[in-house]
Design a protein around this ligand. Structure first.
Ligand code: LLP
Length: 493
């Protein structure tokens, strides 16, 4: 498709924005004064403004500081928000206007400014400490997004040789990358050592493979030992990784074996320790408890004569999936729990955020195919599905769902489902929404992390195109896959 046309299209010109502004003539898009109430507020029978102020007050009371990033002054939003006209916006562009420009549906839509803000929150939190932020590429491996994070100064956290090569293609300095995983292959290890990545040691056999790979290419390997602090992250079992029975990391009781073995191998340089507790963590004291345990390991390893430098406490910060202004720890909350300890010990701190870097910067934009009722269940059927966005089906995860425009349809409770031939194919359950019409837009929020990255072509629903808003303009950043892409895999067979 012609991305230039989209980039230069109606979104770039304020005069055409005026047409989206029902009551205000030439006001810039998104700055219209209220003409229609926001859909979520309407559901509760309150005006947008009173709802927002109520939530702001409640949140401010609870956290005593700034309000949730989702509560925006109308029309001045960063990322995704409801404008004063009740329509959904991203970075001042109305999503329904974007839908008319985009030939694909469903599609992923991102806010570049939100990604930038998320990165800057980490950079600001770490200011004054030796550090680097490693973006966990597994969360979203879109190349322009990776390039953007790299340009902001991010490092990268990788779990496969392909991710390492993609990071290099996106311009990341590979000496500021970390290679993680419990089943790293010899060829991947050789590549990682060759590129100067930090490598996390996950097990006895992994250490032997790293030593072998280093010898094979006659280059030193910089390693971190991945320790399980055995602190319960209080999250879904599938995203909990730092407990004693986890498949990741070493047996802490064998630490001495690892240290002795490293001492015997001149090509192994022990540079630090690593831990990753799990994902979607919403309690900051969990990080503090784990960091304290990790600091004890640092002290123990230093006492053995290793001059280790890095403390990597992984990723895992949750985001406000429910969008009700819950207090979610910020990067600053996280860093401040360990700032003094890290500074006192002269350590370089590494963080590995994925979800909190990219999660709230995207929505999956779908089109309603129809509405139906079976038994006592109402369904909104959309063109997106578990193939495009798996988290609800896989983890029963909640991601907030809204219609893109105000609707006079009757409020009801719906399951939002896709066309895939599985009862597990749902995007949300028991959601209160206005009854939409076929063709209406419906978004699944907070779809930046682990959504496109986990998309499949199940039922030959091809992986969606991706777009972002960058400097106020809509641009395509990945084409949608086609049936032709699929059929090509069989050419010659
Ligand atoms: N570092 C390591 C070693 C990890 O295993 C992970 C994620 C991260 C960093 C990034 O964690 P984050 O900041 O994104 O929480 N598919 C699941 C999430 C799996 C996360 C696995 N590890 C989901 O959709 O929720």
């Amino acid at each position: 498709m012609d991305t230039g046309r989209i980039a230069r299209g109606m979104f770039a010109s304020s005069s055409s924005h005026a047409s989206s502004c029902p009551t205000m003539g030439a006001a810039p898009l998104g700055l219209c004064r209220p003409s229609v109430k926001a859909s979520s507020a309407r559901q509760q029978g309150r005006s947008w403004r009173s709802t927002a102020m109520h939530v702001q007050a409640t949140v401010a009371e609870r956290i005593g500081t700034s309000v949730s990033p989702y509560i925006q002054e109308p029309g001045k939003g960063l990322g995704f928000y409801t404008g004063t006209d009740g329509h959904l916006y991203v970075d001042n562009l109305r999503i329904d206007d974007i839908r008319t420009q985009v030939p694909d549906s469903p599609f992923y839509l991102y806010s570049q400014d939100r990604i930038t803000a998320n990165f800057k929150a980490y950079a600001a939190a770490l200011d004054g400490l030796d550090h680097f932020v490693g973006y966990a590429v597994k969360a979203n491996n879109n190349l322009p997004i990776m390039r953007h994070l790299q340009s902001l100064g991010s490092g990268a956290v990788l779990v496969s040789g392909n991710e390492l090569q993609a990071a290099e293609a996106a311009g990341f300095d590979t000496t500021r990358t970390i290679f993680n995983g419990n089943g790293k292959l010899p060829a991947e290890l050789r590549l990682a050592i060759d590129k100067g990545a930090l490598i996390n040691v996950d097990s006895e056999f992994d250490l032997e493979n790293i030593a072998e790979a280093a010898k094979a290419i006659d280059k030193a390997a910089r390693i971190l030992i991945r320790i399980n602090p055995d602190v319960d992250p209080q999250v879904h079992a599938y995203v909990s990784t730092g407990l004693a029975n986890s498949k990741f990391g070493i047996r802490n009781s064998h630490l001495q074996w690892f240290l002795d073995r490293v001492r015997q191998e001149p090509l192994l340089e022990l540079a630090g320790v690593h831990s990753h507790l799990g994902s979607t963590i919403t309690k900051v004291d969990i990080f503090r408890d784990a960091a304290r345990i990790m600091i004890r390991f640092v002290e123990k390893i230093r006492a053995e004569g290793f001059d280790i430098k890095y403390l990597n406490i992984g990723g895992g910060l949750g985001i406000d999936y429910y969008r009700r202004g819950d207090k979610i720890p910020s990067p600053a909350d996280l860093v401040n729990t360990v700032r003094d300890l890290v500074a006192d010990l002269g350590l370089t701190m590494i963080l590995e955020p994925g979800r909190s870097m990219i999660g709230n910067a995207s929505a999956l934009v779908n089109t309603v195919t129809g509405v139906k009722t079976n038994g006592n269940k109402n369904f909104i059927v959309v063109d997106g599905s578990m193939s495009a966005l798996l988290r609800p089906s896989l983890y029963d995860a909640y991601q907030h769902i809204e219609l893109t425009a105000p609707s006079s349809g009757k409020q009801d409770t719906f399951d939002i489902v896709g066309p895939v031939c599985e009862s597990a194919d749902f995007l949300g359950k028991d959601r209160t929404l206005a009854t939409p019409k076929a063709g209406d837009g419906l978004v699944v929020h907070d779809a930046g992390a682990y959504c496109m990255a986990m998309a499949s072509t199940y039922n030959l629903k091809m992986r969606p195109a991706e777009y972002w808003v960058s400097n106020g303009e809509l641009k395509q950043i990945r084409r949608g896959e086609t049936l032709q892409d699929h059929l090509q895999l069989f050419e010659g067979f």
